[in-house]
Write a protein that binds this ligand. Structure first.
Ligand code: BDR
Ligand code: CA
Length: 316
């Protein structure tokens, strides 16, 4: 079992990422760090607590991370988020108020301490902006060499962005932090290149609904909201993208994707803000900082995804 920390802005696909990590027998989910993006950080933290409670995973600590990028005074909610994830971030499905509170400790210190404790056995999966990870690296630069694996959901190299013509949402929230992280930490990038090919449909959510359990019905409602949103924004896809749970799957089983090594950086100039690019001047450089996922074994992943989530939902 690998120790895993999720750093997420709990929205709908982030909620599925939590479920995947809770369900996978190869994962020991040791904590969640809250980020901002799909929702404000406080709401994301509440959503994480609610989802964990729904799934019976009440021993997983939740920390509130940073609320905005270092360049903004306050977080401006992405205009598309409420349409895609609902006003409350989880498809406007009302889950009971969580019985637990978030932890009082500092989220960045929690992460740094976990790297010190678990080293190569620890995996970090950020599925929101990279603000928290950048802050941790600034405070303790050595952690990039000590941690076992960082697998992010973010960016794109072979397709345009999803919030602007050049930027994917997580990177666009804090391109400066993303650029720092890309240049300093070896990581695997699970971007739109592969997540837009890993889709879920009403057929799968119906299977959850048919379980007649609290979590099965709640997740069916939550994800149906997301599928409906995709029908409006991306009618050609015929389903919703499993962005964040795919990153969790790849973090544990890298064989779900094929990667190419590139020296990635993020543009912070206004015109191309948030674009992730492989440095063309360093294509001959054998030392690369990022493994970019470019192909996906969609069938194998979807099989694992449904086995894990349906198994978990059948119990709660
Ligand atoms: C990413 O942005 C968020 O809306 C999703 O949760 C995912 O992490 C996709 O671009
Ligand atoms: Ca997310």
């Amino acid at each position: 079992q690998k120790k895993m920390i999720l750093d997420l802005d709990t929205g709908i696909d982030d909620a599925m990422a939590i479920a995947y990590a809770v369900a996978d027998p190869d994962v020991d989910l040791i904590g969640i760090i809250g980020s901002y993006g799909n929702v404000y950080v406080e709401d994301g933290v509440q959503n994480s607590l609610k989802i964990l409670e729904l799934l019976g995973a009440t021993d997983v600590p939740v920390y509130q991370g940073l609320s905005h990028s270092s360049e903004s005074d306050h977080f401006d909610r992405m205009p598309v988020s409420a349409q895609i994830h609902g006003e409350n971030g989880i498809g406007d499905v009302q889950l009971p108020d969580p019985k637990r509170q978030p932890e009082t400790g500092d989220a960045i210190d929690f992460f740094i301490d976990a790297v010190k404790k678990y080293g190569k056995d620890l995996i970090l999966v950020p599925t929101g902006p990279l603000t928290n990870l950048d802050a941790a690296i600034q405070k303790a630069p050595e952690i990039t060499k000590e941690i076992g694996n960082i697998t992010i959901m973010g960016g794109a190299v072979t397709v345009p962005g999803n919030v602007t013509n050049v930027a994917e949402a997580n990177i666009q929230q804090d391109a400066t932090a993303a650029d720092h992280v890309f240049r300093k930490a070896p990581l695997t990038q699970v971007g739109l290149d592969v997540t837009l090919r890993t889709l879920l449909t009403y057929k799968e959510t119906q299977q959850w609904r048919d379980l007649h359990t609290k979590s099965g019905e709640a997740f069916a409602d939550i994800v149906d909201y997301y599928i409906k949103a995709y029908e409006v924004t991306s009618p050609d896809l015929h389903g919703c993208a499993l962005h964040d749970p795919f990153a969790v799957g790849v973090a544990i089983n890298p064989d779900f994707v094929q990667t190419i090594g590139l020296n990635m950086y993020v543009t912070t100039d206004e015109k191309y803000y948030g674009r992730t690019t492989g440095d063309p001047a360093r294509l001959d450089d054998p030392n690369t900082n990022v493994k970019v996922a470019v192909n996906a074994d969609v069938d194998a992943y979807l099989k694992a995804f449904m086995e894990h989530l349906t198994g978990l939902f059948s119990k709660h």
